[in-house]
Design a protein around this ligand. Structure first.
Ligand SMILES: Cc1cc2nc3c(=O)[nH]c(=O)nc-3n(C[C@H](O)[C@H](O)[C@H](O)COP(=O)(O)OP(=O)(O)OC[C@H]3O[C@@H](n4cnc5c(N)ncnc54)[C@H](O)[C@@H]3O)c2cc1C
Length: 413
């Protein structure tokens, strides 16, 4: 029977980050994915600055090679917010940014391309053994860890440690760890690719529209290379259920009928189908590890509850899981007790952020408040710069929880 110290299940951003970090530490691993890459993943395709920063930390070459593939990604320099009253504001990620000379703050890249790039990076490293086209279905706990098997039994491997990164529908998370879907901490979203959407921002600002028709959800439009755009609509699952809301119909209604979008989509062409998927949000603290395993990315319900951003958190948690695995190997200890350090570290680096995002997510359900704030921001450039800093500086985000901080900002025009 095949044996390994570390088996990573899922070669999405979370699994790849774990494998690449382990490789950098000189630790071999085996990674298995049910898909054969390149494969699609339903997503908004926005790769945040956080994702880029952690990949750079693993190996700056990964980001350099990705940036060199200019036809696969467009840079994003900020966010265009649309308030329920129709007002729009543009918030750059950095005040006075220079798109030519500044370090890129993030990208939009089809997951077909981005995930494949990560897998190509994995293939460059001789100490990662990658198996594609294998669906892991059976997990059996043994005295030495886990024995995992594929659906048809043709693949079997004994591992001391599992890094489970198999996404939002992870059966392991659900059945072995008990991470059930909680609709208040889960979102549904649909997305589609379009060609020729008019009125996109020249510097690729990603667009988030909080329209009153879909409150508390939002519509996004993210600009891609070659005149393509990723367009989607997301909403917390409890609201979707309560209203029996059809996300696909909702999105098409807006695109085809809403006065703000009709003209922009007049000549747009839908490429392929509109498809949906779930987002397990990190607004509820979950168990992330136990004897001989750690959960990474969506398998650990680590998506930001405000923005729906999960790629950065998947990469970050994969990075931390790799460092934790190194400690476990050094001390020959894969016990739940030892593994708790992983949960603690993930909570330390992502917990505060999730908490703040959750508070903001709940505030955004109040249209009047969003309208009021947008009007104030539109009149006060100082506020735009503060919000820009909130994206790049966690300290500013923490200060923003204090009402006095905002009072001072409003007064300082
Ligand atoms: C509509 C939508 C829009 C989104 N927009 C954004 C966005 O713009 N930006 C952002 O940052 N995040 C976004 N997200 C979230 C983001 O897609 C996820 O957070 C991210 O993909 C998580 O990465 P991951 O590696 O944990 O899981 P995944 O990317 O889901 O990778 C899991 C991998 O595991 C494999 N796998 C699954 N089951 C098995 C099995 N049994 N055996 C073997 N392999 C298996 C899969 O084939 C897959 O390759 C969006 C999500 C949705 C649904």
């Amino acid at each position: 029977m095949l044996k390994t110290d570390i088996l990573i299940i899922g070669a999405g951003p979370g699994g790849c980050a774990a494998a690449l970090k382990l490789s950098q530490l000189g630790i071999p691993s085996v990674m298995v994915d049910k898909a054969t890459f390149p494969r699609d993943k339903i997503c908004g395709d926005a790769i945040s600055g956080k994702a880029v920063t952690i990949l750079r930390r693993i190996d700056p070459g990964i980001v350099e090679r990705f940036e060199a593939a200019t036809t696969e990604q467009s840079s994003m320099w900020g966010i265009r917010f649309g308030a329920p009253n129709g007002k729009r504001i543009d918030v750059p990620f950095r005040p006075n940014y220079d798109p030519i000379n500044d370090h890129k703050q993030g990208f939009v890249s089809k997951r077909m391309d981005f995930d494949n790039r990560l897998v190509e990076e994995v293939k460059l490293r001789s100490n990662i053994e990658l198996h594609q086209g294998i669906t892991i279905e059976k997990y059996e706990q043994t005295p030495d860890g886990y024995l995992v098997s594929s659906s048809d039994g043709s693949f079997q491997m004994q591992a001391k440690l599992l890094i489970v990164a198999n996404g939002a529908h992870s059966a392991f998370s659900r059945h072995h760890v008990g991470l059930e879907k909680d609709e208040k901490h889960h979102a549904g979203a649909v997305r589609a690719y379009y060609r020729n959407v008019a009125g996109l921002h020249p510097d690729g600002f990603i667009e988030l529209h909080f329209l009153k028709e879909i409150n508390p959800g939002y519509l996004w439009i993210f600009s891609l290379p070659n005149g393509h755009a990723n367009v989607g609509l997301g909403m917390r699952s409890d609201f979707v259920s309560q209203r029996r809301y059809n996300l696909t119909k909702g999105m098409l209604n807006i695109i085809n009928q809403h006065p703000l979008f009709v003209e922009r989509f007049k000549n747009a062409e839908l490429l392929g189908k509109i498809t949906g998927y779930g987002l397990p949000l990190g607004s509820k603290k979950r168990q992330l590890s136990g004897d001989n395993f750690m959960l990474v990315g969506d398998a650990g319900h680590l998506i930001d509850p405000l923005s729906g951003e999960g790629i950065g958190n998947a990469i970050y948690s994969g990075f931390i899981a790799a460092e934790q695995a190194q400690q476990c190997l050094l001390q020959h200890d894969f016990s739940a007790e030892k593994m708790k350090a992983y949960d603690i570290r993930v909570a330390r680096v992502l917990g505060k952020e999730m908490e703040m995002s959750y508070r903001l997510q709940r505030l955004l359900t109040r249209s009047w408040l969003v309208n009021f704030t947008t009007n104030q921001i539109a009149r006060n450039p100082n506020l735009i710069y503060i919000i820009a800093e909130m994206y790049t500086d966690l300290e500013v985000r923490k200060k923003a929880l204090n009402p006095l901080f905002w009072l001072r900002a409003f007064l300082r025009k």
